[in-house]
Ligand binder design. Sequence first.
Ligand code: FAD
Length: 442
Amino acid sequence: MAWHVVIAGGGFGGLYAARRLERNLPRQSAQITLVTDVNFMLYTPLLPGAASGTLEPRHVVVPLREELHRTDIRLGRVTGADPALSELMFEGLDGHEERIRYDQLVVALGSVSRVLPIPGLAEHGLGFKTISEAIALRNRALLNLELAETLDDPAARDEYLTFVFVGGGYAGLEGIAELQDYVADVIERYPRCRLQGTRWILVEALDRVMTETPPSLSEFATRELRGRGIEIRTGTRVNAVGAHSVTLSTGEEVPCRMVCWTAGVKPSPVVRQLGLPLNDGGRIEVDETMRVRGHENVWAIGDCAAVPDPAKGGEAPCPPTAQHAIRQGRLVADNVAATLGHGRVKPFRYKTLGLFVDMGRHKAVATMLGIKLRGFIAWWAARTYHVAMIPGAGRRLRLIVDWTVGLMFGRASAELGQLGHPPSLNGYLETPRPDVEREGSA
Ligand SMILES: Cc1cc2nc3c(=O)[nH]c(=O)nc-3n(C[C@H](O)[C@H](O)[C@H](O)COP(=O)(O)OP(=O)(O)OC[C@H]3O[C@@H](n4cnc5c(N)ncnc54)[C@H](O)[C@@H]3O)c2cc1C
């Protein structure tokens, strides 16, 4: 009988684990099933490019069926697990509930935005973690320009032309830099807005941005963004978010209509329903081979798992990054195969090689193998790295084409919020004409 290996989550960790398992496990000896709620992997490092209209959203996702050839992909939402019975529960697309038995389970359910209980934040803030949020950001920025253009009162226009990002990690930095660059590009088409100008604020609670990079790079990024007119408020928190303003811990009330929240992530809430041990941060506790503590046949990787970080002597969990999730995905596949008789179980040894933060306008900051890069060379290295890393030759080519066309012809300013939400046909329903009805019934 073939072993059944089940993977929960089809992001970086899940996709790379499935790809490696397809290679490691002989076809007749194992069945691989991937349960995931969307049929693509989102290549998040390129999300700011999609939010700023530089990249076509379809080009920053990797369809799972193009990459996996013998994995049974089951679209659905994981709802729980019973490790004692070795069963995973999920709700299929049509709402039916299903339990599947596994011999080996790999949990790779990722993370969600960590939303603090700040008054008004959940109602008025926008996240920046999914493709729909990236598109919503771009659309909201365009709608703000459209609305501001219709207003006679400059003070009222100001609200629409002020954009606030909260969280000075790489997502927040790349997000604000790329979106500001985009708005600067398209504002030429909005004469009133162009004359008034826009205001951009990045709020960070710590005393510097990008604490994951050396202070010199963080200083470079701060100088660069300040030079573009972005206000960087470090040591500041957001106390409240309203429909028309944001209140900062300094007491200042900033009139604005768009607040983007990028202040951290937490493990997907469903990991609490899996009956597995969790650490204080809610991540699944695993040993250095990524096996869940106390569960011989369950493994966990990526943002939802507390894999001991070799760079910190195993004392702290690995940071939630794609580069860790990819390496953990590959190694967990080797370890699962080893448990099933193909090879030897090994500990996770990967240490961060580097980090890129793309700031748009041909500038970035980067650390690579201990070398610090900034400016154009870092930007070029970042693009080259992502083109090399994203799976699929066709997708790589599409990215290059998107970037080149954007450089030559600028970016589109169509607001496509209606995409995927077609009007109901009810709105066009013909009302029967009484005379025609009478004729028909005669
Ligand atoms: C804007 C942004 C930029 C980033 N840039 C970088 C970068 O430049 N470099 C870097 O290394 N990292 C970057 N990251 C971090 C990186 O995206 C994550 O660390 C990485 O995605 C983690 O991989 P994962 O497999 O754990 O989770 P994910 O890739 O998030 O995959 C989890 C998968 O599980 C699915 N899922 C979740 N819940 C369920 C459920 N209940 N049922 C079924 N499926 C479910 C999700 O839909 C998803 O497909 C960035 C993140 C963001 C938000």
